[in-house]
Design a protein around this ligand. Structure first.
Ligand SMILES: O=C(O)c1cccc(C(=O)CC[C@H]2O[C@@H](n3cnc4c(=O)[nH]cnc43)[C@H](O)[C@@H]2O)c1
Length: 270
């Protein structure tokens, strides 16, 4: 089992590496175009050997896609392809309480299901990774690229893995939006929630990692530790240190789980 974890900045990469490093020392630093992979080999309780590579690829969906694509391609060419790509880091949380009716996975949930509020310091696991500002402004409002007949704006991580990771980390499960511009007003936050009622968090890289992974038929996951509320810009209120600590403890829990997530006899991931 080989897992690629892509963060934006080195502080996030270090937080993830420290979490996984609780059970596995770092074994190598490997150059890839545009960055350095930090490799760890946790010993899973059961199942095949596990290799986890962590890469800080830069801020935003384009940097994330470029970094993920470089690492995925290098691994595929070396005939050691990844089984899973993970976008990880801090993120903004939709902190307003919404009526919750349970949190089934994106593919199965009823239209009325709402994620719980994603508070500062909490963990969000994406059951859908959505490009929220990839499209066009029209006289009738925002139109996604899919409405214009192009591409995709959503990737769905494997539901059983999402459930296992969210349960183990006591995370909020919901849509994680990828934006190129950090939301800075209540109006924009409300507009995003109107268009994406299942949104639990926003960040800037998940869709880039998921697009790069999908191009190579590799499933993707996104894990965010909430550093700030999505809404009016208040940089002083960001709790980056607490979020990075939450990210470290989440990945200490997640690493052994990744080793047990394997293919069933039909080749379907469980
Ligand atoms: O304060 C600023 O002016 C500013 C402008 C752009 C980016 C930043 C960041 O620090 C973002 C870095 C990183 O953090 C993720 N993140 C965290 N909170 C949010 C959010 O509310 N909305 C979107 N992204 C967020 C993001 O994934 C970036 O990689 C600061």
């Amino acid at each position: 089992m080989r897992v690629l974890i892509v963060t934006a900045v080195s502080a996030e990469r270090d937080a993830v590496v420290w979490g996984i490093g609780a059970t596995a020392p770092e074994v190598a630093e490997l150059p890839v175009p545009g960055g350095t992979i930090h490799r760890l080999s946790p010993v899973p309780p059961t199942g095949p050997p596990l290799t986890v590579d962590v890469l800080a690829a830069g801020v935003g969906p384009a940097a994330a896609a470029a970094g993920a694509a470089a690492a995925l391609t290098a691994a595929a060419v070396a005939r050691t392809p990844y089984d899973l790509a993970v976008s990880a880091g801090i993120g903004g949380g939709f902190t307003t309480e919404r009526p919750t009716t349970g949190q089934p996975a994106a593919a199965a949930r009823p239209a009325t299901a709402q994620p719980a509020a994603a508070r500062l310091g909490s963990i969000v696991v994406a059951d859908a990774i959505v490009a929220a500002d990839l499209g066009a402004e029209t006289p009738d409002g925002f139109a996604a690229v899919t409405d214009l007949g192009f591409g995709t704006v959503e990737h769905l991580p494997p539901a059983p893995l999402v459930a296992a990771v969210a349960e183990a980390t006591d995370a909020v499960r919901g849509t994680v939006l990828t934006v190129s511009t950090v939301t800075g007003s209540a109006e924009r936050a409300a507009e995003l929630l109107r268009r994406h009622p299942h949104a639990a968090a926003e960040a800037m890289e998940g869709f880039g990692v998921a697009e790069a992974a999908a191009a190579q038929s590799v499933p993707a996951l996104e894990v965010r530790a909430i550093s700030n509320a999505v809404g009016p810009r208040d940089r002083a209120a960001w709790r980056i240190g607490e979020a990075l600590e939450a990210l470290t403890s989440a990945f200490a829990t997640i690493a052994p789980l990744l080793g047990t997530w394997t293919l069933d006899p039909e080749g379907t991931r469980q």
